[in-house]
Design a protein around this ligand. Sequence first.
Ligand code: UDP
Length: 328
Amino acid sequence: MRYLVTGGAGYIGSHVVLALLDAGHEVVVIDNFITGHRDAIPKDVEQHDVDLLDYHATSNVLAKKRWDGVLHFAALSLVGESIEKPFHYLRNNYQASLNLIQLCSKYAVEKFVFSSTAALFGGPDRCEAISETASIQPASPYGESKYMVECILRWADKIYGLKSTCLRYFNAAGADPFNRAGEDHSPETHLIPLTIDAALGRRPPLQLFGLDYPTPDGTCIRDYVHVTDIAEAHIRALECLNEKSTAFNLGNGRGYSNLEVIQSVERVSGRRVPWEPAMRRLGDPAVLVADSSRIKRETGWSPRFDTLDKIVETAFAWRAKHPYGYDK
Ligand code: UDP
């Protein structure tokens, strides 16, 4: 099969490119390379340096070949930044996706898999595992922009028959188990890479945002799902996407507190993690845990990296081998 991957140079996109290649598919990448890394994509993969906001340039790529499916990752993805720059986020995530989906409808692409997010659910006081039927209440322009794309997809199916699966990731983490790709954001804001860097003495002590949450140890609880398991979910989604568009929540279904993340990094690295208490970060819900039973039931997906230590081991291996990330 031939698949077009937007944002294939980004963290999750690059791991999905590897999974598609491993499964024997042909892959073409579109990326504007603003936050993505050229080194994250194998050299022999066809790449187009194109911004999806450029309708004509995107159209030229779509028109070149027949596509068995499009997987759409290209997006800005920082909740805090989206509150500072709402229109920038809505333009980049919504307008760019509108261009892409319009072109997929025009060129009769049959299958579309969209990189959505648990940020759709917002809701700071939720404690139970979140299923697909939970109410959608984005708490940021980032979450809203992803929800708006899900809405475009609903209409693209109703009117043009474009079948789509939206995968709403919880906390993506870890790195390719063969060390071919990993997590490298600039600036890095995510807990696991920051904790690993603190353990390796490459950053000042970790700032732990909030110790007074209504959780057993007072720190936030998140559901970490390995990026290779996320990639596998995309393959399953493509295989199972036939008659009906759908959305799946995607997580391990078990939450770990921020202090448990620190303990896991200490176990895996054999080093102490220096950290200090800090103020709560704006917009952080106390608990975010996925109910992933629907994707398991409907596609047979299940996570291979089912404990935090297994996830952290791969993240640590990549970080240790790439102290300054890609490109440096
Ligand atoms: N966090 C923290 N210090 C940091 C970065 C993150 O305490 O330097 C906390 C953050 O407040 C949240 C958890 O780690 O409770 C996970 O945050 P991350 O940004 O990794 O993912 P998010 O859940 O926001 O998508």
